[in-house]
Design a protein around this ligand. Structure first.
Ligand code: ADP
Ligand code: MG
Length: 439
C-alpha cells in the first residue's frame, strides 16, 4: 500500500516538475550529490604514509646512510664487516635507514655475483633466542625446511650454523629493537657473536638496533664489545627536518595541493616537541588526511592535524600502558600523583628520589615487593622512551645531578588505562581527582 502511494506521489512530482529542492533549510541536492560523487580524492597512495614504507629518498640522513654503507662495504670485497650498533630515540629513522642501505647492498652484491643475504628480525615479535634461531633457519633453508620443533635452543643454533656453512655466503643479521631480546636473555646472543670462529665458508655480521639510548651499559659484557664494534647515533629530528620529511612523503602519499603548509607545519611542530619522532609526524599527517577524507573536505589543514593528535593520543597511550609490567605502572602512577600535586605552585618539579619514595609507599599499599632505586631509574628511562613522561637531567650544584620528571600525557588518560589493571585500580583516586586543583 505504502509502496504504491509513494510511487504515485513520486510520479505526480515528476509530472508537475516539483522535483526541485523545495525544503529551503535543507539542501537535498547537496546531500545526495555527495553520495553520487566519488570520495574526495585525498590520498594518492595511503601506504606511503605508513611506517613500513621505504621511500627512495631519506632527507637528513645522509651521514647515517654513509656511515652504515661504509661499515657494510667490506662485504663487497668478500670480507667480514664490523658489527654495527645503531641507537637513537623512536622515529629517528634507524629502521628505515637500515632497510634502505641493506636493500641497495643486496642488489649491488647480486649484480657483482657476491653471495649475500640478510635476515631482518624484529625482536618485538621474535623475542626469544629460540625464535631468533628458528627465524634464521628459515632464512638459510633455501627450498627446504628445517624441522625445529622439539629442539633445544643450542640444537637449533647448530642446525642453523651447519646449514649456513653449506651455503657459503655472507649473512647479515639485523636485530631490530634488540634490547627487548637481550632483556629477556642477556647472554642469548653469545653464540651468534662468536659464530665466525667456527665457520670456514660462510660469514656472519650483525646489526643491532635499539631505541633505548642507555641500553648499551646493560648488555652482558661478553657480547657488548662484539655487538658494538661500530656505533651510529641517530639524533632526533628538528621541526625543520621533519617538515622536509613530511613534504617529501606527502608528495608520494597525497594528491597535489591537498596538504596545506600549515598542516605540515603543525604536524612537524608537534612531533618535534615529542623527541623529534618522524613516525609520529607521519601518523599525524595520515590521520589528518583521514579526518579530511571523512569530512569530505578538499584540503588537509592544521585543524585536521590537531584533531588527529587527540585521536592518536588516546589510542597509543592506552595500548602502551596496558601492556606495561606492574612496577612500571606503579612508577607511572607515582609520577602522575606528584605531577598533580605540583599543580600548586609551591612545589618543585619532582626528582627521581621523590618518585622513588612515593613508588615505595604505593608498593606497600599494594603489598608488592619494591624494586631497587636503580631499577626504578631504568623504568623511568623506559617511560621516557615511550613518551609517557619527560625526564631531564639537571645539575644540583654541589649535590651532583638528578633528573626532574614530568608527565607528557594527560593524567586522566593514564588513569583510564591504569584502571584496567585490577590491582592498580584498588589504589587509584576517583577520576575527578585529576581534574581538581589544576593551576
Ligand atoms: P626508528 O626505527 O628510529 O624508530 P623508523 O626508521 O621506523 O624509526 O622511522 C619512523 C617513520 O619515519 C618511518 O615511516 C620512516 O619511513 C619515517 N622516516 C624516518 N626518517 C625518515 C627520513 N629521513 N625520511 C623519510 N622518512 C623517514
Ligand atoms: Mg625502528
Amino acid at each position: 500500500m505504502t509502496g504504491i502511494s509513494e510511487t504515485i506521489i513520486y510520479n505526480n512530482y515528476s509530472q508537475t516538475g516539483l522535483v526541485t529542492n523545495m525544503q529551503k533549510g535543507v539542501d537535498l541536492d547537496d546531500i545526495f550529490d555527495r553520495f553520487l560523487k566519488p570520495k574526495t580524492p585525498i590520498f594518492k597512495e595511503r601506504d606511503a604514509l605508513r611506517a613500513t614504507y621505504i621511500p627512495d629518498f631519506l632527507p637528513h640522513r645522509d651521514r647515517e646512510i654513509q656511515q652504515l654503507a661504509n661499515i657494510l662495504g667490506p662485504i663487497m670485497a668478500g670480507d667480514i664487516p664490523s658489527n654495527a650498533f645503531l641507537y637513537g630515540k623512536p622515529g629517528s629513522g634507524k629502521t628505515v635507514v637500515t632497510k634502505y642501505v641493506i636493500k641497495h647492498l643486496h642488489e649491488k652484491a647480486a649484480d657483482a655475483g657476491i653471495k649475500f643475504e640478510y635476515s631482518f628480525i624484529n625482536c618485538q615479535m621474535i623475542d626469544t633466542p629460540y625464535r631468533v634461531y628458528a627465524t634464521l633457519c628459515d632464512t638459510v633453508a633455501v627450498d627446504t625446511e628445517i624441522a625445529t620443533t622439539g629442539l633445544s635452543t643450542d640444537e637449533i643454533f647448530n642446525k642453523f650454523s651447519e646449514k649456513l656453512e653449506e651455503l657459503d655466503l655472507h649473512l647479515t643479521i639485523i636485530l631490530d629493537e634488540v634490547d627487548l631480546l637481550l632483556k629477556k636473555a642477556s647472554k642469548s646472543l653469545y653464540g651468534l657473536t662468536r659464530i665466525n670462529t667456527d665457520l670456514l665458508n660462510s660469514k656472519v655480521s650483525i646489526i643491532g638496533i635499539t631505541n633505548n639510548v642507555s641500553f648499551k651499559e646493560q648488555i652482558d659484557a661478553r657480547i657488548r664489545s662484539t655487538l658494538t664494534e661500530q656505533e651510529i647515533v641517530f639524533s632526533p629530528y628538528t621541526a625543520t627536518q621533519l617538515r622536509d620529511i613530511l613534504e617529501e612523503r606527502s608528495r608520494i602519499g597525497f594528491y597535489d595541493d591537498v596538504v596545506t603548509s600549515s598542516a605540515i607545519e603543525r604536524a612537524s611542530g608537534i612531533a618535534a616537541s615529542e623527541h623529534g619522532d618522524a613516525r609520529r609526524a607521519l601518523d599525524l599527517l595520515r590521520v589528518a588526511g583521514e579526518v579530511a577524507e571523512t569530512n569530505q573536505e578538499q584540503k588537509v589543514t592544521a585543524d585536521h592535524v590537531k584533531k588527529a593528535s587527540t585521536v592518536i593520543e588516546t589510542d597509543t597511550v592506552k595500548e602502551v600502558l596496558i601492556t606495561l609490567p606492574i612496577h612500571a605502572k606503579v612508577v607511572l602512577l607515582a609520577i602522575a600523583l606528584l605531577d598533580h600535586e605540583r599543580s600548586s605552585p609551591k612545589h618543585d618539579l619532582p626528582t627521581t628520589g621523590d618518585v622513588y619514595k612515593l613508588y615505595y609507599d604505593l608498593c606497600k599499599q599494594l603489598v608488592l615487593d619494591d624494586l631497587t632505586q636503580r631499577r626504578v631509574g631504568d623504568l623511568i628511562n623506559e617511560l621516557d622512551v615511550l613518551g609517557m613522561i619527560r625526564a631531564n637531567v639537571v645539575s644540583k650544584g654541589r649535590h651532583g645531578r638528578t633528573r626532574i620528571i614530568r608527565l607528557a600525557v594527560q593524567a586522566l588518560e593514564i588513569h583510564r588505562a591504569l584502571e584496567k589493571d585490577p590491582r592498580i585500580f584498588e589504589i587509584l583516586p576517583n577520576p575527578e581527582f585529576w581534574l581538581t586543583n589544576q593551576p
